[in-house]
Structure formats: structure tokens, C-alpha cells
Design a protein around this ligand. Sequence first.
Ligand code: AMP
Ligand code: MG
Length: 354
Amino acid sequence: MTIILRVDPTNPDEEALSRAAEVIRGGGLVAFPTETVYGLGANVFDRRALMRVYEVKQRPVDNPLIIHVDSLEMLGEVARDIPEEAFKLASRFWPGPLTLILLKSERVPYEATGGLETVAVRMPAHPVALKLISRAGVPIAAPSANLSGRPSPTRGEHVVRDLYSKVDVIIDAGETLYGVESTIVNILVKPPVLLRPGAYPVEEVERVLGVRIHVPEFARGLSEAESAMAPGTRYRHYAPNTPLILVEAGSYEGEALKRLSMEVARLIGEFKGRRVCVLSSRETSSAYTGLGVEVFVLGSRDNLFEVARSLFNALRWVDDAGCEVAIAEGYPERGLGLTIMNRLRKAASRRIFI
Ligand code: AMP
Ligand code: MG
């Protein structure tokens, strides 16, 4: 049985939170909103609850979870020998969508870390998430609340669709703010390494650290990580069931952008007779009118926050709208553009470079 609790995102009902916190303490699973995407939460110190998270999501057991804390004090329960850089980043970015890789404390079971000696930790900014952790009184391990391989859930209804009847509680607080997962940085190595681009642009993290962060190919969504360094990157992610073609270009300005939309229009012609859907930017969408396709406008190229925010919703829409083929445009790999391209490349079944 799954209990769905609908709460106000900024002023959540106290009784609902207490109920959910009680479920966490009792070893149950609670799906809850964060400012990035919805998470599927379990008490990090409860091995059985952690194993159930993997089972419910059908997640490979070597793909570790992010641990959510409500304070630096609680950070001390899950990590040890915390470097100065972590506090520097925490004071600037927490609560918020930055996840840090740190050495795990003895108390954290290997079930939460995929067998690694390190933990991924962050302090979420969503009032529901923060209050839930505080009331539970324990750090909450929470991967995204989707079935493994599906687009991450940005709305309560996405979680209901994927996990209803499989978890104990779903807290529905509407749409999340960023709509993409946290940025993950490993600061235990020099130079620091970006393991996953996310809701905070990596350039902002670099500015605070005062050093360059290495961006490996897998963080750009170009290759699979071969080592345990970034475990989650080995698996295909975020993919709709519908084949998705991603059209990339060397530049997305002026004439180059026009060429990109012409290439998309040419592809549409290739699939004549099939139901084609296009994930477009506001600037290019008019190029596809009258071509008999469904167009989903992600947002403006001048506001990539908007594009990133609607991306997972669009990937779910592709399946729901009955598209037989989907075509997405690329974005420059700067700021949130890197995050968007990582997700699109992982979702794509085919990439075309013009
Ligand atoms: P999710 O919350 O579903 O987005 O997945 C969490 C991601 O965090 C995983 O896929 C890993 O890539 C990453 N992660 C968690 N723990 C570690 C760790 N100890 N070292 C490196 N990456 C980690
Ligand atoms: Mg996930």
C-alpha cells in the first residue's frame, strides 16, 4: 500500500511530514521532492531499507546513492577527514544542488556506496526535503525516484506512475525547481573531477574553488566511465522508449543555428508517414510548423535554466504523446548547456553531427 501525501512545497503540512519521517525511521521508503528531482528516500543506516531501494527501482547494486543531510553536523555522521574545500563549497552552495564525494564514515553501510570507500553527500534546499531529514533525525539516502533507466521524475505524478504500490509514501509537492539532478564533484583528487554536470554550472563551482575542474568525456555524456570513479555513468539513463535522434552542431549561433533547424527539417522529411516529435528551442520552433510534427518547446536558448527544467518532462512526453521518432536539437556545452547535453546524449539512441 502506498500513501500519497499532497503538501504545499513552501509550507508543508507538519503532520504529513511527521508521518513520513516516522516511515523513514521505521525502515520504510518515502519518495519526496527536492529542488532538483524527486528522490526515493531510506534511512542510510538501515541496510534492509537500502536494499529495498535498489529492488524497487531495479537499480544495479553497484550504482551508489546520494546521501542527503540537513546540517554540517549530520555531514559528520556520514563522512570523515573532510577536506577544507568541502566546507568552502558547502558554505557557498548548501543547501543546494551540489553533491560532494567524501570519504565514508564507518557507520555508512556499503549498501549505500555500491561497495566504495567514498560517499556522495549533499544538503538539499527544498523545504520538504530538509524538514523530512530533520524530523527523521537520520541522513536519508535517496536516488532519483524513477524506475532505473527512465527519465528522472520532476513531478509527483511521475513518481506515482513509476513507483505506486512499490513504496510506502509518496510526498507530492508539485513540480521541482531545477528539474535536473545535482552537480557531482569529486574533490578528493587533484585536480577535482566533475562526475556529473547538474543544476549548478561547473564554472560556478570552479570560481569558488579557485581551480579548474577536470571534465572527463563521460561527464559530457560522450563515453561510459570504465572505472568505479563515477559508477552511475556506466548505465544508459534517462531514455524514453521512443528512439531519440540528437542533432549536434559545432556552433549554435546565427547561420549555424539555421543550418541545425534545416537538418532537423530534413530528418523530419525522412520519416514521412511516421509520427515525429521534435524537442525544440523557442528560437527554432517556427522552422517546424506546417511539417506535420508535434513540437515540444523546451525553452529559450538565452535561458538554459528553462530548457534544463523542462527536459525530463519532455522525455516522458515523447512516450506519452505516442511519438514513433523523436528529434532533439543540441546546445552549446557551456554552463547548464553541459548538463543538458549530458542528459540528451544519454537519452539519445542516435547522434548526428552537422
Ligand atoms: P541518482 O541519485 O539516481 O542521480 O544517482 C546518484 C549518482 O551519484 C550515481 O549514479 C553515481 O554516479 C553518483 N555517486 C554516488 N555515490 C558515489 C561515489 N561514492 N562516488 C562516485 N559517484 C557516486
Ligand atoms: Mg537517477
